[in-house]
Design a protein around this ligand. Structure first.
Ligand SMILES: [Mg+2]
Length: 291
């Protein structure tokens, strides 16, 4: 049954509840460091590329899972869980160690990631029992799915919130902007988009590939009627604060976080260097150190 608009608006307001327990910054920082170490160790050992784009967004995932989302790790299918659609699905390895740490994914599945000993592949596939809401290998599909989830929640009177993690390169996809239009039109304030804006896509800078400059994303989002918020994408405290505030704010608009990130963050040999999009570092490069 579709509820009246006013009633649905009341439900949306209740979807802004934040977690009652906020972890200490020290805890989040330690988790973020551990997730980066896990990504590097397992991906290098198992021969999985896309380490740099995964390091770019791992702090965002840590902030969401440990600090922002309503999520029961003992029950990944809990109906009232907040949804996370990872649209940059081939560059977000961090979700696997996080879900292993939370007890949702068996540790051996993560440790064997990208090999025949595991069912986890280099691209996130839809595995609800593993807490993975959607498969989004081809870019430009995640936001339409997230908008559908948010719109569905409203139609059904559900109070959970939907998050979508996008890459800045995929903001060139037409389907993404079609989804933005729909979300604006239907005032989906139960949706938050987080763009991992590292100013790189594939093997070059977005500025050189498609003439996309640093402030273009914010300018375009404003053109669609949204109010994007800039946030340092490796500052756990700032991420949790901004994401929590966007969930609570009394607005009729979807939220947008423009997370300013560094591709390859954490590995000194890799940071902001285009050739490392898919390339696995050598031992000599790894020996250059970590943050
Ligand atoms: Mg990028």
């Amino acid at each position: 049954m579709v509820r009246p608009f006013e009633e649905r608006r009341d439900v949306l307001k209740s979807s802004r509840a934040i977690r009652t327990h906020q972890p200490e910054l020290e805890f989040l920082t330690e988790k973020a460091r551990w997730v980066r170490d896990e990504i590097i160790e397992v991906a290098v050992k198992n021969g999985a590329g896309h380490i740099a784009p995964s390091l770019s967004c791992s702090d965002i995932l840590v902030a969401l899972y440990y600090g922002v989302m309503n999520y029961r790790h003992s029950d990944p299918l809990w109906p009232q869980r907040d949804r996370l659609i990872i649209s940059k699905a081939h560059g977000a390895y961090g979700v696997f160690p996080i879900l292993a740490d939370l007890g949702v994914i068996p540790p051996e599945e993560w440790k064997g990631f990208y090999t025949d000993s595991s069912t986890l592949t280099g691209c996130i596939e839809r595995r609800p029992e593993y807490g993975l809401e959607a498969g989004c290998g081809s870019l430009g599909h995640g936001l339409p799915l997230a908008v559908g989830a948010a719109f569905g929640a409203r139609l059904r009177g559900e109070s959970w919130h939907t998050y979508c993690l996008l890459g800045d390169g995929e903001m060139q996809e037409g389907t993404t902007w079609e989804a933005v239009q729909f979300a604006v039109k239907h005032e989906l304030s139960n949706l938050t988009m987080v763009v991992d804006n590292n100013r790189l896509q594939a093997m070059d800078f977005t500025e050189r590939i498609m003439n996309i400059h640093a402030d273009d994303l914010v300018r375009r989002m404003r053109g669609f009627g949204l109010d994007p918020v800039d946030c340092p994408g490796h500052d756990l405290g700032a991420l949790v604060t901004v994401l929590s505030e966007l969930k609570q704010i009394d607005s009729d608009k979807p939220g947008v976080v423009n997370a300013i990130t560094v591709k390859g963050y954490g590995l000194k040999c890799m940071e902001n260097i285009p050739k490392f999009h898919f390339r696995i570092p050598t031992q000599a490069e790894l020996d250059m150190g970590r943050r």
